[in-house]
Design a protein around this ligand. Sequence first.
Ligand code: CA
Ligand code: CA
Ligand code: CA
Ligand code: CA
Ligand code: ZN
Length: 273
Amino acid sequence: MAQDTDQNDTVAADDDSRDERSDDVPFQAPVRDDVVARYRAGPQDGYNVELQFEGDWTPQEQAALLASADFISALILEDVPDVVVDGENIDDLRISVFQDDIDGTDRTLAYAEVLDVRTDSVLPATANLVFDQGDIDQLLRTGGWQGTVLHEMFHALGFGTVWEEQGLSRVTAQDGGRFTGVNATAAYKDSSSAAGDLLAMNGVPIQVEADGFAEGHWDEDRFGTEFMTPEIDDTETAADISIASLEDLGYDTAWDDVTRTDDRTGPIPIIPI
Ligand SMILES: [Ca+2]
Ligand SMILES: [Ca+2]
Ligand SMILES: [Ca+2]
Ligand SMILES: [Ca+2]
Ligand SMILES: [Zn+2]
């Protein structure tokens, strides 16, 4: 998807996050002394996220992007094949990061667009992240910047942006919008968030717009403060479904894939939100 509808949510967070990771201690990204034009996260034989900064940035703004890239490179344990895009070798995901005047303070905070995907796996190779100049200062003040950045970086990885192409999402009259990846579905079924959902085995509820099309997010009503819902909250949380969904996309992450015996697993690194 090219556009995101992240909005500032002034409604108090509801208590549906018992199964989610605790964020009693907010993540604090280390701030460098210098501004970087490029950044490459991860060892070469692993999964690498390369950031390319366009325009003017401050070390404080960049810190959340560097920390998110480091987290993703640590979370994804297995390299994916390099791919050539416009004559350039991409190892493994190149993200160009922009600031732009989107719509002033609040409403849309940022958006992500995946530009090129690998033809076989449909895993992204290049993506743009665009952050609204009207929101960055406020997000830094209120502590929402780190979560916003990680949210957009998940879209760059394919969360919500390649679901349809991968056949992992659907909208039906019977059970609404669902993400049908087996790992995320298994994590959801076992969580308190699934309470009252008799069709939990069909998939994880995703946000469906008035026009009936699926949005690339978890359902706001059900998952509230989870960082991959469409609306930001004062305090954001991260649930297992978000990590498990990356395994469903085809990344071999630290998450234990229920469908594979040759899967790599490990402790989930501290999630930077
Ligand atoms: Ca690599
Ligand atoms: Ca805005
Ligand atoms: Ca939310
Ligand atoms: Ca795994
Ligand atoms: Zn989004």
